[in-house]
Design a protein around this ligand. Structure first.
Ligand code: HEC
Length: 170
């Protein structure tokens, strides 16, 4: 029995399966566990937030949120997805009016399949402190794919610094 077990272990251990996920260089899963937990909480909370986009919109030519899809083909948005944006209750007025959002404010850009309405991914950002946003991507199953001070996200949103780092598509 013991040798059978060892034999099985050896058989499995000798050739590890190829990785099925693509880990991007800027991914920060291990060191940002608290941010990953917060991201998952926010996805739950976002079900009760206000939708600020009047109509669903199609893939943006600008928002290349890398890390959205963590399996081949690695891409930014899935073909055919549509988007809606939701804002936490404390920040809806400021988001709409162009004002500065309060610390603690959170925003979810939800991708969904327009045929079924099913969510395909969440892009989150929440305000930790003045001028300090944390970014995350969460899968449709609620798994935090990436969370933290994601530099690729900030690469675009930092250009909106004068607008509290937001694009405010409504
Ligand atoms: C190439 C530029 C670009 C990158 C990179 C980018 N975004 Fe965006 N983001 C946009 C634009 C433009 C919008 C406005 C809505 C749209 O066009 O999809 C937006 C909107 C958003 C919003 C809605 C809040 C608002 O009004 O700005 C969230 C949340 C968001 N992005 C999260 C992320 C996350 C998370 C990442 C990284 C994984 C990311 N973005 C990377 C350009 C970018």
């Amino acid at each position: 029995m013991r040798s059978l077990l060892l034999g099985l272990l050896c058989a499995c251990g000798s050739a590890p399966p190829p990785p099925t996920t693509v880990v991007l260089a800027s991914s920060t899963p291990a060191s940002d566990a608290a941010d990953a937990i917060r991201a998952k909480e926010l996805v739950y909370e976002s079900a009760a937030w206000t939708r600020v986009t009047l109509e669903a919109y199609e893939k943006s030519t600008l928002c290349l949120a890398i890390g959205h899809v963590n399996s081949a083909p690695r891409s930014t948005h899935r073909p055919g997805e549509m988007f809606h944006t939701y804002v936490s209750p404390d920040a809806v007025a400021a988001y709409r009016d162009g004002g500065e959002l309060p610390v603690g404010a959170a925003i979810s850009k939800r991708a969904f399949d327009p045929t079924t309405g099913a969510t395909t991914a969440y892009f989150l950002m929440w305000k930790e402190a003045a001028s300090t946003w944390t970014y995350a991507t969460v899968s449709r199953e609620g798994t935090a794919l990436r969370a933290g001070a994601l530099r690729d996200c900030a690469g675009c949103h930092d250009k909106q610094r004068a607008n509290d780092f937001l694009f405010r598509k409504i």
